[in-house]
Design a protein around this ligand. Structure first.
Ligand code: IPM
Ligand code: MG
Length: 363
């Protein structure tokens, strides 16, 4: 299979983790006789520095022409501490999501048994958890009109949804639920927000087309609590953009660390694959970042964008293997980890690659 993959490393730890995602793709191509051609492009702070824009036209053009995109992270402390800056790295990410029509963000909460003790939640509560989040990605307060009064003392962000936006992601989430445990929990704040009432009404309508799926509606505040109290009760969770952003960071603790969670953004065209973690400047360039979320994002790319299920399984198994052998990056090490098995970004990446290269891991 011939594929053109655009790599957008971005900022902070983005480049160092994405390098391993890319290396894994190249290794898979070698193992299975595929031809993956890589190109690279700028986004975020790196792009602002080089071109003045967080998403240069060249990046967007390359993205539209590629078969899939592997992305790292955007963000820089400079902007976090200065809200007055008008040009911001995150604008690049939001714009590319909108321009590529990436309205569905899939965030699987994949819990490796070996990491049960890496979480701050008790292992017996976690064991057996398997959740797939569908976060709406191109609507909501993220894209609604923003205002600031002339005296600068009043500001607003419009929380807005159109019925078609809810419908199209609902279908994707229900289709996934049909292939899983046939339970779908739609999260909203319909007791307060009109946009949530439209959300709930639309899901109620769509649910009739999927009678085999058990649909539940939950308020966001309750969902945030239930997720920690009893994560096993969830199968597919469907949420709006902002609620999904917050809930999935919370849910990452079920998997032990943000450094373990991959995501796939899909919609009308090219798929976009990224770790859910951010640019993490505090650890950037220190060989401390966990490359597994980028590597697991590659598994999602192989599966979802290219339909290469066996290849995706090989990547998943390699990660599982390395964890079973006791190797950990700092973020997923716990009291029982052999200190000699605590690895840096490079060493962890190399180990996963080695397993794949030696075909030590097959399905
Ligand atoms: C995410 C991130 C982004 C978001 C930021 C970087 C704009 O937190 O992908 O979850 O809020 O969507
Ligand atoms: Mg987020």
């Amino acid at each position: 299979m011939n594929k053109n993959i655009l790599v957008i490393p971005g900022d902070g730890i983005g480049p160092e983790v994405t390098a391993w995602g890319k290396a894994v793709l190249a290794q898979i191509a070698t193992n299975f006789g595929h031809e993956f051609t890589f190109d690279e492009a700028l986004m975020g702070h790196a792009a602002i520095e080089a071109t003045g824009s967080p998403l240069p036209d060249e990046t967007l053009d390359k993205a539209k022409k590629s078969d899939a995109i592997l992305f790292g992270a955007v963000g820089h402390a400079l902007y976090d501490n200065d809200p007055s800056l008008k040009v911001r790295p995150e604008q690049g990410l939001l714009k590319i999501r909108k321009e590529l029509g990436l309205y569905a963000n899939l965030r699987p909460i994949l819990l490796f048994d070996e990491l049960l003790n890496a979480s701050s939640i008790k292992a017996n509560i976690l064991k057996g958890t398997d959740i797939l989040f569908f976060r709406e990605l191109t609507g909501d307060v993220y894209f609604g009109e923003k205002t600031r009064s002339e005296d600068r003392n009043t500001a607003s962000d419009l929380m807005i949804y159109h019925r078609y936006e809810v419908e199209r992601i609902a279908h994707k989430a229900y289709e996934a639920a049909m292939k899983r445990n046939k339970r779908l929990c739609s999260v909203d704040k319909a007791n307060v927000l009109e946009s949530s009432r439209l959300w709930r009404e639309t899901i109620q309508e769509i649910s009739k087309q999927y009678p085999e799926v058990e649909t539940e509606h939950m308020f966001i505040d309750n969902a945030a609590m239930q997720l920690i109290k009893d994560p096993k009760r969830f199968d597919v969770v469907l949420t709006a953009n902002l609620f999904g952003d917050i809930l999935t960071d919370e849910a990452s603790q079920i998997a032990g660390s943000m450094g373990m969670l991959a995501s796939a953004s899909v919609g009308d065209g090219t798929g976009f694959f990224e770790p859910i973690h951010g640019s993490a400047h505090d650890i950037a360039g220190k060989n401390l970042a966990n490359p597994l979320a980028s590597i697991l994002s590659v598994a999602l790319m192989l599966d979802i964008s290219f339909g290469l299920k066996e290849e995706a399984k090989v990547v998943l198994n390699a990660v599982d293997h390395v964890l079973k052998e006791g190797y950990r990056t700092n973020d997923i090490a716990d009291g029982s980890t052999n200190p000699y098995h605590v690895l840096g970004t490079q060493e962890m990446g190399k180990l996963v690659l080695k397993f794949i290269a030696e075909k030590a891991v097959t399905i």
